[in-house]
Design a protein around this ligand. Sequence first.
Ligand SMILES: Cc1cc2nc3c(=O)[nH]c(=O)nc-3n(C[C@H](O)[C@H](O)[C@H](O)COP(=O)(O)OP(=O)(O)OC[C@H]3O[C@@H](n4cnc5c(N)ncnc54)[C@H](O)[C@@H]3O)c2cc1C
Length: 385
Amino acid sequence: MPAPLALVIGAGLAGAAAASALARQGWQVQVLDTAPAPAAGASSLPAGLMAPHLSADDGLLSRLTRAGLQATRTELERLSAQGRLRPGEDWLASGALEHRIRHTRPPALPEPSADASRPALAGELAKAGLPADALGIWHPQAAWVRPGALVRAWLAEQGVRFKGATRVERLVRVEPDSGEAGPGWQAQDDSGGVVAQASLVVVAAALGSAELTQGKLRLQPVRGQVTWGLHDAADALPPFPVNGSGHLLTRLPLDEGLAWLSGSSYGHGERDTEIRQEDHAANLARIRALLPTAAETLAPAFASGTRTGEGAGSVRAWTGVRCASTDRRPLVGMLAPGLWALTAMGSRGLTFSALCAALLAARVGGQAQPLPADLAAALDLARQR
Ligand SMILES: Cc1cc2nc3c(=O)[nH]c(=O)nc-3n(C[C@H](O)[C@H](O)[C@H](O)COP(=O)(O)OP(=O)(O)OC[C@H]3O[C@@H](n4cnc5c(N)ncnc54)[C@H](O)[C@@H]3O)c2cc1C
């Protein structure tokens, strides 16, 4: 019997993770995207950080981010072992230092283990140019990742096909042909032409998901800008990512050369992608609060303005629009028989895509959930109803 066909709409982190997880369950998966190439939306971010969230009570979000981080790390290692990702080029298990500038008390920390977040050592603080009494936490599981590389690696899964330049205008429920189980869904273009049809559709189209599901999902745009630049002072910056309020990634092998990257600005309710000088200024202010010594090193590049050409000595920008739910947690689940959604990755697409995809694939396949029931419920889109 031929493998059942699933459609995934959206080829960013969410859609690619879903496609890969379903293909590994035996589905033939067709991934459709308006853009000609994968990772064209928020997932075109040059590089991002994934690190656990900490809180005083080790609450839901903290436990979710730990589970998410573990799921993504497992995928990064699997894809690297298969030669689909290059550690050091596409991602790095760098760890990260969190400078808790907004806090006066240490957070709840998980049980001690080699992988668990722990108070930073004096040597780690010193490498970041921070004083020994700074409140710092070292996250061994943290990593930087180039989202586009991860998307392409997931789409290279056997059984996944990508079709670009294909905007889905609407999804229409259709009755099954005789002998087929369950109803199906047609993906139609703007003139009502059938783009594809399948018994399982996963909507992973970020903000576009709201229209495709006829307003069943409440989603909000959050514009953001990162500032980055090529290095002429790699040794003057910390040798690992630092986060806290925003983050600074210091040794990224981008296509243009060795780079640093800082961010990000937050424009709630905004969806334009114009480069803004005030967002660069806000990103520099973030670095100043997080890492005063690094800010001294990078300030001249900010002062010399934005440049799109070659060479170090000035800053560049990447802007994108996050898709967030009203409570900032991802939305995963079934909207109607055969119609599923996986979206609202917010600021944590790298942390949450693999975990949400594993949850979706387990539910579609009727298997045990890959995380405790309270965490699965916290991701379920049923909470929006
Ligand atoms: C400034 C900034 C910094 C960030 N930094 C980090 C970070 O450090 N770490 C981190 O984990 N995350 C970060 N993020 C968030 C991360 O980029 C997102 O969470 C993630 O990329 C979202 O993935 P996605 O697949 O849901 O959406 P997208 O990547 O936007 O993909 C959605 C896709 O759906 C397609 N689509 C939409 N409508 C249709 C349609 N009707 N038909 C066909 N296709 C359609 C689009 O073309 C698009 O390709 C950052 C985001 C921003 C903006």
